[in-house]
Ligand binder design. Structure first.
Ligand code: FES
Length: 95
């Protein structure tokens, strides 16, 4: 199963392949401040420090949202819109 390393805390969480990252909330409530869970509020914005290729690709609506917020899709994602395909290292933008 892929690992999610959370910075700056250093917590390492194992999730099943193809999990939606909202599953992190069930493992540990406070890691990412999920809001709408539908790609509309931006509360779950994360910086992907390593392994962005191990997340499913952003759809056009997420890309447009990230662009509007001024965050490049090459290293930022909305966690509620991602499915995990391999190991990643992330940092919630709000932390
Ligand atoms: S929780 Fe609202 S955009 Fe992800």
């Amino acid at each position: 199963m892929p690992n999610v390393l959370i910075k700056p805390s250093g917590e390492l969480i194992e999730l099943p392949r193809n999990s939606v990252l909202t599953l992190l909330e069930e493992v540990k409530e406070t890691i990412i401040p999920f809001g709408c869970r539908a790609g509309a509020c931006g509360a779950c914005l994360i910086e992907v420090l390593e392994g962005i290729q191990n997340l499913t690709e952003a759809n056009c609506i997420e890309r447009e949202f990230l662009t509007t917020l001024g965050y490049p899709e090459e290293c930022y994602r909305l966690a509620c819109e991602c499915r995990l395909q391999g190991d990643i290292t992330i940092q919630p933008v709000g932390s």
